[in-house]
Structures are given as C-alpha cells and as structure tokens.
Design a protein around this ligand. Structure first.
Ligand code: TAP
Length: 483
C-alpha cells in the first residue's frame, strides 16, 4: 500500500501516468486543436507543471458540436433506454476500478486532500453514474411527460472545485435521458475530464456521445454561442452565469445555471455542541472552502457565541494543512494563484471593515498556494465578507437572538443556495426550512450530497435542479424545441 502514503508530486506520477501534453476529445478520438495556444496545468500544492493542455478554438467547438449532433441523430437518440443504461453502468464500474488513479489525479490537479478525493469525490462520481443508469430505462415512470426523450446536443461548462464530480452531475443525467454532450472543464483542472474521455473509450461509448474540449473562458463562450447547441448546463460564478443568460436571450436554447452561494450555517443554543462544531468545520473547511454551498456565514445565537468561538478555534488548531497527497491532511492547497489573491484581498477587506480576524497560525509549505483556516468574528451584515462569496477557508461569524432574526439575516444575501440549522427542536427545523430562501437546507449536518437529492439555487444562485428526479427534467424535450 505505498501509493497513498505521503508522496511529493513527482513520485505520484508512479501512481498516475500523466501525458506531457493532451489533445481534445472529439468524435471518440483525441485530436490536435486547430490553432489555440496550449496552456499548462499545474499542481497548486507545488507549482509543478503537470501537463500541457490544448486550447479549443471556435472551430474545434464546432467540430465537437457536429460530432455530438451526428452521434445524437444516428445512434444515441435511437438507442433504447435499457441500452443507454448499460453504457452508464459500464462507465460507473470503470470509475470504481480506476478510483485510486482518479483520486490521485484529482488531488494533483486541484489541490484537495487525497482523503476527500478518495472518500468523497470519486465515490460520489461513481454513485452518480449508477443512479442515472437506473433511470435510463424508467423515464416514463418519472412524471416527465408521455414520451420522455432527449433534447439533442447539450453544451456543459464546469468549474474547478469538484472537477470530476461536476462532470458527473452534468454528463450522467444528459446521457441517461438520451442527449449527447460537449463539455468544457475549467482551465485549471482539465485532467480528470480528459481521463474521463479515456473511460468513455474504454466503455466503448459510441463516438461523439461525449466530447471534451479544453480551454479558457473563450472556449466556454464558443459553446454558449454555438447555434447547434440545444441546451446549456453551466456551473460557475454568478457573474459568468449572468453573461451566459444574456448571450442566449432570444435564442431557442434552454439553460440551467448553478451559480454562487453564501450559505448560512445557523447554530442555536440548544444544539448538540460537539456535533455543531464538527458541522461548522465541515461546512466551511471541506475542500478548502471552495464549495458553492459552503457554510461561509456562521450565525450563532448570541448567548453561546463565546463558547462556539472558543471551541471552534481549538478545533481549527488541530486541522492539518499541507501536502494534499498525505492521507492525514485535512486542508489542502488553494486551487490557483488567482483564487489565493482573491481570498487574501477579501480577508484584508474584512479586517479593514472592522471584523476581528483570527487564524490557526499553522505552518504552511513554502511553495504552492496556501491559506490558513480563518475566522472573522463581529462581522456586520453589510460587510463585504458577509455578502460576497470568498470561496476559501474563511468563515464570517454573525450573531442573532431569535429564530426570526436568524431567518432574516440568513436570507439577507443575493444568493440562495444552501443553509444549515443546528438545534434539538424538530418543530423549529421545519419552520426554519420553510422560511429560508435556500435550495438546500441541512438539519444537524452540512455538506451532505446524494445523487437522489435535487440540488440548486434560489435568487442569484441560479435556476434548475441537478440530481434526483428533478434533475432529469432539464434534459428532457418539452416538444417545443426546433431540432
Ligand atoms: P467561473 O469563473 O464562472 O468559471 C466556470 C466555468 O466557466 C469555467 O470552465 C470557466 O472557464 C468558464 N467560463 C469563464 N468565462 C466564460 C464565458 N464567458 N462563457 C462561458 N464559459 C466561461 O467560476 P469558477 O471560478 O470556475 O468556479 C467558482 C464558482 O462556481 C463559484 O462562484 C461557485 O459558487 C460556483 N459553483 C457553483 C456550484 C453550484 S452547484 N451552484 C458548484 C460549484 C461551483 P475557465 O476555467 O477557463 O475560467
């Protein structure tokens, strides 16, 4: 069992074989890009270059959309649900077989701790494909209309925080319902999407059903603008989501947007305090806080705030921050220099606006991108660190006296993706869940995911749902489409 032991990045190449350069995956083949400038993807924990990746131009995106259209028309839309399901089961099993390799690759490219990619990301990826494989031949029982079928070619653009899991959230329901896909991973985390392309070949998925085009924002924009794309599925920032909504206004394209969040994790004085402290830690320090539904605002009932802060700080002092390939690491590297700069800037703003800043004071590695687990207390509602998504290991603590005040403060944000409630009172949980304008409300837990549960936002956190029966709706034709 040497491979999951502490191993600096170069040796990890013994576990995963990373090609020095990667092409695009179009029509079932890895092909050269037609002229974009290749870019490097680095290990954020070491700044080591992992590979050079092609930049897909608008012409490459066009080739991918054409391949997806041909596959849709000739093969995938004609295949029975049971047969589509067999491909999805096959993909799910290969993911399980290659789980260790995928976990290492994800950790190297993203910076997340290996214990999270190994125990959370990759198992959830496999679960997502298994779950949707089960739906493929049962769509007529999903209350999706009389003759549920795919829409056509789906363009999908995903972020860097859960690279393979976000791919699974997009690709699995699209394929199960009979669509074909052109997907762009984030610029800083393309490697597991490219490994997934290999898995599609290994599963003998018909060429063109899944196409992976790597690149930056311009490649994503080319997918959004392509007239041959019938539906878009985007996960990313609210700013880019708004641009996409503007770009497709007046076209026949359908879209689901999974955008940012500023989740409230609400702790009442009757909460089981040991569990609540663990829930706060999971809520904001899991995946370095690079989580759209993170509990980045901690709302604590006023009479227990001192106790909560004391216990939380003691617990944060025990978190191990460092080499993501070490299986004992709790908090890994920040995904990119740009993200580290943004977190650093917003933390500075928090201090300048008068909140009290505390961090765990742990040692940090000398190379790579790192940020200590940080707590801001005495944060006012109007502060930027209470309103803007920091997307890092930083929690802003506010207080409340009554459940009504907790609801008002929790809802006082442009976002509406997630919330958590910690209390012993069941009736209070039900009342709060009804009042909170958040797509997901966890009770006495946080950051729990399951393929059977629909996930998505209110307000500026986007529209549409992913996961569960609801997630299928976005991928099924309404009969209005012109294709
Ligand atoms: P973005 O900067 O919005 O990027 C998301 C994806 O869009 C990336 O692949 C990006 O490419 C691409 N992109 C950038 N500009 C584009 C354009 N003009 N047209 C089309 N595509 C474009 O977000 P991010 O920084 O990667 O991810 C963090 C954000 O995602 C956070 O706000 C987080 O809350 C949100 N998020 C939401 C959810 C859900 S489920 N609601 C889940 C995870 C993350 P590049 O990588 O090259 O920039």
């Amino acid at each position: 069992m040497p491979t999951f032991e502490y191993a600096p990045a170069p040796e990890s190449r013994a576990v995963v074989d990373i090609a020095s350069s990667h092409g695009l995956f179009i029509g079932g083949e890895f092909v050269e890009a037609t002229g974009g400038k290749p870019f490097k993807t680095v290990n954020p924990a070491t700044e080591e270059v992992l590979s050079e990746v092609s930049e897909a131009t608008a012409d490459d995106v066009d080739a991918a959309v054409r391949a997806a259209r041909t596959a849709y028309t000739r093969v995938w839309s004609r295949m029975s649900g049971a047969d589509r399901g067999k491909y999805l089961y096959r993909i799910a099993r290969i993911i399980q077989e290659r789980a260790r390799e995928l976990a290492v690759l994800e950790t190297l490219d993203n910076g997340k701790p290996i214990k999270e990619s190994r125990d959370v990301d990759v198992p959830l990826v496999a679960a997502h494909f298994f779950y949707h494989a089960g739906w493929a031949d049962k769509l007529e029982y999903a209350s999706l209309g009389s003759n549920p079928r795919g829409i056509g070619v789906v363009g999908q653009v995903i972020p860097w925080n859960f690279p393979l899991l976000m791919l699974a959230w997009k690709v699995a329901p699209a394929l199960a319902t009979g669509n074909t896909v052109v997907l762009k991973p984030a610029e800083t985390t393309p490697l597991t999407a490219l490994a997934f392309a290999e898995i599609c070949r290994q599963a003998d998925l018909p060429p063109g059903v899944v196409n992976i085009v790597t690149g930056a924002g311009a490649t994503g924009q080319a997918i959004v603008d392509h007239p041959g794309v019938d539906k878009l599925a985007f996960t990313g920032s609210t700013g880019v989501g708004k641009m996409i909504a503007r770009s497709i206004a007046g076209t026949r394209k359908r879209a689901t947007l999974e955008l940012g969040g500023k989740g409230a994790n609400i702790v009442f004085d009757d909460a089981a305090m040991d569990q609540a402290i663990e829930g706060i830690v999971t809520g904001i320090f899991f995946n370095q806080g690079h989580v759209c539904c993170a509990g980045s605002r901690l709302l604590v009932q006023e009479n227990v705030v001192d106790e909560v802060l004391r216990r939380l700080k003691r617990r944060l002092g025990t978190l191990r921050v460092g080499d993501p390939m070490d299986k004992n690491t709790d908090v890994g590297a920040i995904n990119s220099k740009a993200q580290l700069d943004r977190i650093t800037e917003l933390a500075g703003v928090g201090e300048a606006e008068g909140a009290e800043r505390w961090d765990s004071g742990c040692d940090l590695p000398t190379s790579g991108y790192w940020f200590r687990p940080t707590v801001f207390s005495g944060v006012s509602q109007s502060s930027r660190i209470a309103q803007e998504e920091i997307f890092g290991p930083v929690v802003s603590v506010l207080t409340f006296r009554t459940p009504g005040e907790a609801v008002a403060k929790a809802n006082n944000t442009p976002y509406g993706l997630s919330a958590g409630i910690w209390t012993e009172k069941g009736s209070r949980i039900l009342w709060m869940a009804d009042q909170l304008r958040a797509g997901v409300v966890w009770a006495n837990t946080f950051n729990k995911f399951d393929p059977t549960s629909p996930f998505g936002g209110y307000k500026e956190s986007g529209y549409g749902r992913e996961g569960g029966r609801h997630g299928l709706e976005a991928y099924v034709s309404t009969g209005q489409e012109t294709t």
